[in-house]
Design a binder for this molecule. Structure first.
Ligand code: ITT
Ligand code: NA
Length: 202
């Protein structure tokens, strides 16, 4: 049994492999399929983007594909950067530039609410069936300066109150106990068996 994760991000792939290997899946990523070209994320929602990636590749390779689309929503910015999180500060993708832009945008809002949440939508697709959609969130605050060196993306600015640390200070293992991606995987696992029952041809 093979499960293809539609990502080139090694960190993400490792996280998914740890979850699915015990179920007997051979976990592959797009790094194992260099001939598959990037699916452009042209959707305006996480679900649209994840669905686009998962369904396109599932149909192309006739296999089971899991795609993940995620981002950061900041309340004081009306939910931005949202689906545009990876390219908030423009091209090329840069975590440092994105974090700097976020601090600048919140700078004029001194003393205001800095609440934010990360969101992940997962889509599990196979040729000819309705895909399975799962979601997860984690809530926190945007810090006034970056702290910590672990993780990626906005982790140095995402302050998780329960741990009194940013995600980048917590380290991967602690982050993965509470993260949006972990919560989405938990949601996926609760729906997984029913989906396979309904789609026995997979
Ligand atoms: P793939 O589509 O190839 O997987 P991507 O960079 O587009 O890579 P995502 O859609 O998951 O990955 O994430 C979009 C951006 O949201 C990402 O570049 C980060 O800036 C941010 N992000 C997502 N998950 C994050 C996390 O766990 N910690 C910090 N930032 C995160
Ligand atoms: Na994305």
């Amino acid at each position: 049994k093979e499960l293809l994760i539609a990502t080139k991000n090694k960190g993400k792939a490792k996280e998914f492999e740890a979850i699915f290997a015990p179920f007997g899946y051979q976990v592959k990523t797009l790094l194992d399929y260099p001939e598959i070209s990037d699916v452009e994320e042209t959707g305006t929602t996480f679900e649209e983007n994840a669905r686009l990636k998962a369904e396109t590749i599932a149909n192309e390779l006739h296999t089971l594909v899991l795609a993940d689309d995620s981002g950061l929503m900041v309340d004081a910015l009306e939910g931005r950067p949202g689906v545009y999180s990876a390219r908030f500060a423009g091209e090329p993708k840069s975590d440092a530039a994105n974090n700097a832009k976020l601090l600048v945008e919140l700078g004029g809002l001194e003393g205001k609410d800095r609440s934010a949440h990360f969101h992940t939508t997962l889509v599990l697709a196979a040729p000819g069936v309705d895909p399975l959609v799962a979601e997860g969130d984690v809530f926190g605050q945007i810090a006034t300066f970056p702290s910590g060196t672990d993780g990626f993306g906005y982790d140095p600015l995402f302050y998780f109150s329960e741990a009194k640390q940013t995600f980048a200070e917590m380290g991967l293992e602690e982050k993965n106990k509470v993260s949006h991606r972990t919560n989405a995987i938990k949601d996926l696992l609760t729906k997984w068996e029913d989906w396979f029952q309904e789609n026995k041809e997979i």
